[in-house]
Design a binder for this molecule. Sequence first.
Ligand code: FES
Length: 87
Amino acid sequence: PFQVKIASSGQVIDIAADQSITDALAAAGVDIPVSCEQGVCGTCLTNVLEGVPDHRDLYLTDEEREANDQMLPCCSRAKSSMLVLDL
Ligand code: FES
C-alpha cells in the first residue's frame, strides 16, 4: 500500500494493494480519464511531481520511465511510500 497526494488540493488518498491508482482516486472523487486500463493506450498519462513510480505500463519508453516525471496510473504503482501527482 502507498499514498497518492493530489498536488492542487493537498488531498491524500490511500491506494490498497488490490486497487489501481485510478480506481482509488475515482472513489475519492478525483477522475483521471482512462481507456484501456492496461497501460497501453496512454490516455491516463499523468505528471509526477514527487516520488518514484513503479512503472508497469507498456507505453513509456525506457528513458521516460527513468525520468520518473510521468506515469500511467491505470496500472503502475509506487516504489516510494507516496507519489505526488500533478492533478
Ligand atoms: Fe490506457 Fe492507462 S488507460 S494506459
